[in-house]
Design a protein. Structure first.
Length: 332
């Protein structure tokens, strides 16, 4: 899906805390941090959870007692979604959104989204996957909590209609907020890429940029990271998110990785070639050598610069007779 360079999603998620003002500030910050995308989540609590569903551990940093109440407080209206999309366009950063249900997916299609994000919890949601296979042009699929067979299942449904594998990026993900390093298991991302012959990325819930840097080194083409105005804010995802100053450094570091990785060819760089002749050595006279004298380890040595006989000829030179006189340090 993404081939030219690493793309980074600044995941706002629900870190707007239900406030349009905060949501717009986070769009501003995502742009300032040079993220490629800013992403939100489109859901209706009544279509997502039952009213008795318990809170997850990381959601307990709120005033709510059930998931329904928490999610209801974090909903964004369709009118505000449209406003946020327009605002992102004004700020020249691409707007992305996660769809959790069919109505939400159709609404996002209606307002012009071409790339749809499928969250980890919906990887086995056949009705949603089927609809997205018909209305989306590109898909980003998160895979937290899933097995390889479950990813295969989702891909099978998503490619039933017009979508092809080349239109899908699969994100390795650990559904834990924040995710502990022992649970990251980044090598699984390579397994996904190799086994399914598909573009891969990484949805990072850790509290460091190291995991994403390593992910890019292992082949990730897309990185997703939560952004927040403050990790101390009340809400489920702030603790697992990155504050703006750190996020800006995060983006800078990630985007340098492809340059550092370079190409697979082993050859001297242009800058190395400039220095090569002053760093490589030649065979030179260790001391004055008289014509007719045999070359030996007592009278020859290798020293910088390059330009004389290469040290690779060392064995061939030893024992030969000198055909001329040499002063110390003369090239042989």
């Amino acid at each position: 899906m993404i081939k030219d360079k690493i793309k980074i999603i600044a995941e706002v998620g629900v870190n707007h805390n239900g406030s349009l003002v905060i949501a717009k500030k986070l769009i501003d910050k995502a742009k300032k941090c040079n993220a490629d995308y800013v992403k939100f989540q489109n859901f209706k609590a009544e279509a997502l959870v039952t009213k008795t569903t318990a809170l997850l551990n990381y959601q307990k940093n709120t005033k709510n007692k059930k998931q329904y109440d928490l999610l209801k407080s974090l909903e964004i209206s369709q009118q505000n979604f449209l406003e946020l999309k327009r605002y992102a366009k004004k700020k020249k950063i691409e707007f992305l959104c996660t769809a959790f249900d069919i109505d939400g997916a159709k609404f996002l299609k209606k307002i012009g989204l071409k790339i749809f994000k499928i969250p980890s919890g919906e990887i086995n949601n056949y009705p949603l996957l089927e609809v997205l296979s018909k209305i989306s042009k590109k898909i980003i699929l998160s895979t937290g909590m899933s097995t390889l067979n479950e990813i295969k299942y989702a891909l099978k449904i998503l490619t039933k209609n017009k979508l092809k594998k080349k239109d899908i990026t699969v994100l390795h993900c650990t559904t834990q907020y924040p995710a502990s390093l022992k649970n990251v298991n980044l090598l699984a991302m390579q397994t996904i890429k190799r086994s399914l012959k598909i573009s891969v990325g990484y949805s990072d819930h850790t509290e460091t940029d190291l995991t994403s840097i390593l992910a890019v080194g292992l082949g990730a083409e897309l990185i997703e990271k939560h952004i927040t105005l403050s990790k101390k804010m009340l809400g489920p995802d702030h603790k697992a998110s990155m504050e703006v100053n750190d996020f800006k450094k995060f983006v800078k570091n990630i985007k340098q990785v492809p340059t550092i990785l370079g190409k697979a060819t082993k050859a001297p760089t242009k800058d190395e070639i400039k220095y090569k002749h002053l760093i490589r050595k030649s065979i030179v006279a260790r001391k004055a050598i008289i014509k007719g004298e045999k070359f030996s380890i007592k009278n020859i040595i290798t020293k910088r610069p390059e330009g004389g006989l290469s040290p690779t000829k060392w064995k061939k030179i030893l024992g030969n007779i000198s055909k001329k006189n040499y002063s110390i340090d003369d090239f042989i």
